[in-house]
Design a protein around this ligand. Structure first.
Ligand SMILES: [Zn+2]
Length: 325
């Protein structure tokens, strides 16, 4: 069975871990207000090495370094000229990494698209200030469309929508735009558990901290469940909250679901500091539990590493895990 059939059919598929924070670990820091986007042109060898390490760790899908290359970021920082080149370069690097590291194994390229920089989310500026993007649904839709068109033309295998801090309206807009292209679309929601023990979408505070919105995950998933997405994942959520978030997704969605959470950490104005110690074996054990809860797509977000993906891939495959629903 091909990897795309596995992914869309709910068989176990391993994603990669963090791209941006792993670039930082390898001395390729955020070099502009577009987060790590520029690394694809300033440090392509380092970006490639991150992808290669995930491929060698057993990832079945690697994610392009395009989380913050949307027009809603690059226009704001005066780099409209970079929209096409940075997105195209990121796809080419991912393809190169698979050619050099996969040894003939099938690995898919997911084109990351986010609402980062949109009005729903402030983003930290390298001068320490914060900027708002314009909160304009029509513009956001056009921006999503513009970036996805470039990624599709550059050869991604699927579109990975990463909705950290996005509203349910923005999520619907992103999905609507992505589905206009003839590729599978995976929608990933960032969520947290509120004081009542409910999984809710995250929002992002003016200080760029991740907070809790009033929209439950179940409500958001209900809105997108019949849209035509191939899978729904919990992304950039606390590791220990995934056990609460997955059942909330499952309550409104019977298709493939997944989890790629982040380690707890904070941005200190210069770099990310991760305060949560998680060994690769710990991470693999938690991933094992997520599969028991029905997740078939397993990876990691900010602060996760190739070692965690290697341990997770090895454990899930050794036990021949298949998701239970
Ligand atoms: Zn993250």
């Amino acid at each position: 069975m091909g990897m795309m059939e596995r992914l869309c059919g709910g068989d176990l598929v391993v994603l990669d871990g963090a791209t941006g924070t792993e670039l930082e670990v390898r001395d390729s820091p955020q070099s502009s207000d577009a987060s790590w986007a520029e690394c694809s042109v300033t440090n392509p060898d380092i970006v490639r090495s991150v992808h290669e390490d995930y491929v060698r760790s057993g990832a079945d899908v690697i994610t392009t370094n395009t989380y913050s290359t949307g027009p809603h970021v690059l226009r704001q920082i005066g780099r409209e000229d970079a929209i096409a080149p940075w997105n195209r370069a990121s796809v080419a690097i991912a393809r190169d990494a698979i050619s050099s590291a996969a040894g003939g194994r099938e690995v898919l390229v997911a084109g990351s698209v986010s609402a980062f920089g949109n009005g729903a989310m402030r983003y930290p500026s390298m001068d320490g200030k914060f900027a708002w993007g314009e909160d304009n649904p029509d513009l956001l839709g056009a921006n999503f469309h513009e970036q996805i068109a470039i990624l599709v033309e550059a050869g991604v295998d699927l579109v990975l929508l990463e909705f950290l801090g996005a509203t349910a309206d923005d999520i619907e807009i992103g999905i609507g735009m992505a589905l206009a292209f003839d590729l599978p679309v995976v929608a990933s929601l960032s969520a947290a558990v509120n004081g009542e023990g409910r999984a809710v979408l995250t929002n992002v505070t003016p200080q760029s901290d991740v907070g809790r919105s009033g929209t439950t995950v179940a409500t958001a998933v209900r809105r997108i469940a019949s849209s035509g997405v191939a899978a729904i994942c919990a992304m950039h959520s606390e590791i220990d909250e995934i056990e609460t978030i997955l059942p909330a997704i499952r309550s409104e969605w019977s298709g493939p679901m997944g989890a790629y959470p982040n380690r707890t950490g904070f941005w200190n104005g210069l770099r990310w500091i991760f305060t949560e110690d998680v060994t690769p074996e710990d991470y693999a054990s938690k991933a094992h539990r997520w599969v028991e809860l029905g997740a078939s797509i397993i990876g990691g977000c900010c602060g996760t590493t190739p070692a965690m993906i290697a341990a997770t891939s090895a454990r899930l495959r050794r036990e021949n895990m298949s998701p239970s629903n």
